[in-house]
Design a protein around this ligand. Structure first.
Ligand code: PLP
Length: 228
């Protein structure tokens, strides 16, 4: 266990250094970028070790794994749901997530709102944008649909439009997608000034995401190691 704690601290220190360097290179304040550690497939004990090391935000991509882990981890953390979401699981996820990054269709909005209403909370939502639409099966909505979906979220009493999210297209230079996400975010903020979250950047591309204005990076492997 001690050994795992040390691994996690070392991974965190390395990623912290990368984030700080990327902020400095981009002329941004370190505080402008929030680290979400993606803990999917790793045990609840890892989440507790992260909390002990000062992590405040964790991300999960699957229901019910995410809900089970949240129930098992006593520490006070913000839980982000970052994975593609089936409509029939959305209400349950809305019950335990603090922010859902993967809202990409109207039916999901209704289902999340139902869950948030039962939980008597207002749920923060990001619209997930997909820039690789020739790749069916991926999560995300086309750029042209973002503002309309954001409006639907904003008009619901139980949901809050907090910003936008993307996963860079696989095997391509991520920067064009991150730059377009930033532009879309500016358009969204012109209508909803509080919708400032730009969730972009994973282990492989956090530097490019920060250079393009990301406010939240979602890092798994660089901190926790390869997933089984
Ligand atoms: C798994 C996952 C991450 C983290 O990816 P790593 O390559 O492990 O850093 C980030 N975002 C989403 C949506 C994920 O599913």
């Amino acid at each position: 266990m001690m050994e795992r704690a040390e691994q996690i601290r070392a991974g965190l220190a390395e990623v912290e250094e990368r984030i700080a360097a990327a902020c400095a290179a981009a002329g941004r304040e370190r505080d402008d970028v929030n680290l979400i550690v993606v803990t999917k497939t790793h045990p609840a004990s890892d989440v507790s070790l992260l909390a002990a090391a000062g992590v405040t935000d964790v991300g999960e991509n699957r229901h019910p794994e995410a809900g089970r882990k949240r129930a098992e981890v006593p520490e006070d953390l913000r839980w982000h749901f970052v994975g593609g979401l089936q409509t029939n699981k959305a209400a349950a996820v809305a019950g335990y997530a603090d922010m859902v990054h993967s809202v990409d269709r109207a039916r999901l909005v209704d289902a999340l709102a139902r869950g948030a209403r039962s939980a008597e909370k207002k749920l923060a939502c990001l619209v997930q944008v997909d820039f690789a639409l020739d790749n069916p099966g991926r999560s995300g909505i086309a750029p042209a649909g973002v503002l309309e979906l954001a409006e639907l979220i904003a008009s619901n009493d139980h949901l809050e439009i907090a910003g936008v999210m993307t996963v860079a297209p696989l095997g391509a230079d991520p920067t064009p997608a991150f730059e377009r996400l930033y532009e879309i975010s500016q358009e969204l903020q012109a209508v909803h000034p509080d919708a400032r979250v730009i969730s972009a950047g994973m282990s492989e591309d956090l530097e490019q995401a920060i250079a393009s204005g990301a406010t939240h990076v979602r890092i798994g492997r660089s901190i926790l190691g390869q997933r089984a």
